[in-house]
Design a protein around this ligand. Structure first.
Ligand code: PLP
Length: 375
């Protein structure tokens, strides 16, 4: 099987699995217990916190709070801020956020918040002047993703953060779920207050994520209970998952194969665009403005889900959009927001490369694709 759907989820790295295994078996203690097993679990959790802080370039380990997934981190950041600041119910976000932000903001609009949606252009980018114009005294939170999960388009987060700081007192949340492990992150110097991550996007298991909360930023607890995670998110820590997240963070920090992943993506993209006259790229053409692993192309006049199904039958896993809406046959909301015409958007296929892909797999994918498209 050839797996080219690494933006949907990744395989757990063997090193990560080995690191978490003892915490499922012998080292099963509760980090709150005052005995040797408990102390070992506590030590492991705090080591993981340091590893995640290192990957994100956080100033202090206390800025990292473990959660269960990226969606939880997003919901906590935005919902929590609004709960605590009922008079600042104006939110600014983009039309192309992941559903965890987009659907939450739609819900918040229904219950009385005001949401300004930043529109994107055909490249998937938004105008920073629109952001400047949208900011006002009652703006409570601005939420903008670092990398788009469908197109890989990167938003200029440092610039966005500077504008937010210059023109308002709003808190700045960044959904970094799709970017972690793929591009460098330096929260010490970036003007970002809250930053969401998810383990299963970078070789940790599903069911663990984190929210970075800059020191000094106040957020009410997400779960109230026994006071774990600095009283911010109660519930006994998922020690094996947290250990895995930490090990995956270290693996990502030390990964030296970025150039190889980029080369595989570039080759796949170049060949598709050269070989198939019906193929067009979705997202900005400048590759420095996109994730190095993502290629989203449309085959005009063809059905993307049909191509996906035929690749699937040939043992190749790709996606037509985000994994969350893969079963619905609707055109991707991201491509719709980019004003991609229906006959192009409906032919979209997303290829996302990961650390375990090889040149041979790219060759095989191109061969299968040629058979499918000509048919
Ligand atoms: N944000 C982005 C940009 C994503 O791509 C995803 C998952 O696809 C999420 C949030 C949600 O993460 P999780 O699946 O961990 O809830």
């Amino acid at each position: 099987m050839i797996y080219l759907d690494n933006n949907a989820t990744t395989r757990v790295a063997p090193e990560v699995f080995e690191a978490m295994r003892p915490y499922l078996t012998e080292e099963f203690g509760n980090p709150s217990s005052a005995h040797a097993l408990g102390r070992e679990a506590r030590r492991a959790v705090e080591t993981a916190r340091q590893q995640v802080a290192d990957l994100l370039g956080a100033s202090d380990v206390s800025e990292i709070v473990f959660t269960s997934c990226g969606s939880e981190s997003d919901n906590w950041a935005i919902g929590g801020f609004l709960e605590q600041n009922p008079t600042r119910r104006h939110i600014i976000t983009t039309r192309v956020e992941h559903e965890a932000v987009r659907n939450l903001c739609e819900h918040l609009a229904e219950i009385g918040c005001e949401v300004t949606w930043l529109e994107v252009d055909r490249n998937g980018e938004f105008d920073l002047d629109d952001l400047r114009k949208a900011l006002r005294p009652e703006t409570g939170i601005v939420s903008v993703m670092l990398a788009n999960n469908e197109t890989g388009v990167l938003f200029p987060i440092e610039e966005v953060g500077r504008i937010v700081r210059e023109h308002s007192d709003a808190v700045f949340h960044v959904d970094g779920v799709q970017a972690v492990g793929k591009v460098p992150i330096d929260l010490k110097s970036w003007p970002v207050d809250l930053f969401s991550i998810s383990g299963h996007k970078f070789c940790a298991p599903k069911g663990v994520g984190a929210l970075y909360i800059r020191r000094g930023v106040r957020l009410p607890p997400f779960i109230i209970g026994g006071g774990q995670e600095q009283r911010r998110r109660s519930g006994t820590e998922a020690v094996p998952n947290i250990v895995a997240l930490g090990r995956a963070a270290r693996l990502a920090r030390d990964f030296d194969g970025h150039a190889r992943v980029r080369r595989l993506r570039d080759r796949l993209e170049d060949e598709i665009l050269a070989q198939f006259p019906s193929a067009t790229l979705n997202g900005v053409a400048d590759r420095n403005k996109r994730l190095p692993n993502t290629c989203n192309v449309s085959f005009k006049g063809l059905d993307g889900s049909e191509i996906r199904a035929r690749l699937d039958a040939a043992g190749i896993c790709v996606s037509t959009g985000s994994a969350c809406n893969a079963e619905s046959r609707e055109v991707s909301g991201v491509l719709r927001a980019m004003n991609v015409p229906y006959e192009i958007a409906s032919g979209a296929v997303r290829f996302s490369i990961g650390r375990y892909n090889t040149e041979e797999e790219i060759d095989e994918t191109l061969t299968s694709l040629a058979k499918i498209i000509t048919k």
